[in-house]
Write a protein that binds this ligand. Structure first.
Ligand SMILES: [Zn+2]
Length: 123
């Protein structure tokens, strides 16, 4: 099984857990009266505080897991793209022929860029 395939399964599991937390948080019935400020509920008695805190924890965990899933999906996509586009060929071998300097005739090591004696660029 390829890496992007295992990542995809992992992302699926993670997003299911995240959606589970979100669903749990959003279906918590906060008992008794609570007030809202700009649509955000805030608790007014100890029992409400308890369930309200669990709702916040659930929302945070849900978004955390969904964010993790998005990160893993992005990673999965880049791995998938790399596997599809870049052929698995070895890098070109180094040439073993020594390179001679055009200017001073010094023999340099293979694939040298500059002459070791006069410092000019080898072509
Ligand atoms: Zn040279």
């Amino acid at each position: 099984m390829k890496e992007w395939q295992t990542n995809l399964i992992g992302a699926f599991v993670i997003v299911i857990i995240g959606l589970g937390f979100l669903l749990g948080a959003l279906t918590i019935q906060i008992p008794s009266a609570y007030k809202t400020f700009l649509g955000i509920p805030y608790a007014v008695n100890p029992e409400s505080v308890f369930w309200f805190n669990w709702m916040i924890v659930g929302l945070m965990l849900g978004f955390l897991y969904i964010g993790m899933c998005l990160g893993l999906m992005a990673n999965t996509y880049s791995i998938y793209r790399l596997e599809k586009k870049i052929p698995q060929t070895p890098p070109p071998p180094f040439s073993n022929t020594p390179s001679f300097c055009r200017y001073c005739g010094t023999q340099n090591i293979p694939d040298a860029v500059f002459c070791s004696k006069c410092g000019k660029k080898l072509t």
